[in-house]
Design a protein around this ligand. Structure first.
Ligand code: DX5
Ligand code: ZN
Length: 221
């Protein structure tokens, strides 16, 4: 069963607690939280303080996507703030192995992400150690961008790799996901759909999520 992770980057930041609370009612599975430092990407969003402030508003897992340089410096703070999945970018540090180990040592699930221009092969040394692979389908930094279809082949490569090793790691896609592109990603093997603008702008988020749940990976029958 695929999981839907609305990105609160597209929520109303003035009422973030209520927006997060609403996601459970809209039948979302996870809350996708975009953390940007103005260095790894040209935008600044929220940090551990805001995450701990909104944590009491839901019991849904927090899927924290760190778009920050040298993320190893902040893993403890994000774990304490209430992250369940902590995802770092393969481009953000030379210390990926230690960073993943730090996430695991704190009892959290470790994710690894890659930018559109980064080849899938850069992930190979780490794929056996992660719980989630987050494939960017736009250049990270902003919501509302168009899906880059050239990234779909990486979803298929990841699916093939995890199937061959028997791993149950999640394959998440992020950026420009809407009803049309969600279908393409799930058919290529994605298991988690992160989406901001298309879900928060939908007339009914719940109705939109219901449509996305109908997509199945061919192997699921
Ligand atoms: C972009 C973020 C995304 C963003 C997606 O850097 O990682 O999670 O919120 O927004 P949409 O779905 O609008 O492309
Ligand atoms: Zn994201």
């Amino acid at each position: 069963m695929i999981k839907i992770a609305p990105s609160i980057l597209s929520a109303d930041f003035g009422r973030l607690g209520d927006e997060v609370r609403r996601l459970e009612k809209e039948s979302a599975d996870w809350v996708h939280v975009d953390v940007m430092d103005g260095v790894f990407v040209p935008n600044i969003t929220i940090g551990p303080g805001v995450i701990s402030a909104i944590r009491p508003y839901t019991t849904l897992p927090f899927d924290v996507h760190l778009m920050i340089v040298e993320p190893g410096r902040y893993i403890e703070q994000f774990a304490e703030a209430g992250a369940d999945y902590i995802t770092v970018h393969v481009e953000a540090t030379d210390d990926i192995r230690d960073t993943i180990a730090k996430v695991h040592s704190l009892g959290k699930k470790a994710g690894l992400s890659l930018n559109p221009e980064t080849p899938f092969e850069d992930l190979l040394p780490y794929l056996d150690d992660i719980d989630l692979l987050l494939i960017m389908t736009v250049h990270p930094g902003f919501g509302g961008q168009s899906f880059m279809s050239e990234c779909v082949s990486k979803i298929a490569q990841a699916r093939e790799y995890f199937d061959s090793t028997g791993s149950d790691a999640e394959i998440e896609v992020d950026g420009g996901i809407n009803r049309r592109t969600a279908k393409v990603c799930v058919e290529a093997g994605a298991t988690v759909l992160a989406a901001g603008s298309s879900l928060f702008k939908a007339a009914s988020m719940e109705g939109e999520i219901e449509e996305w749940r109908k997509f199945t990976f061919p192997g699921d029958g």
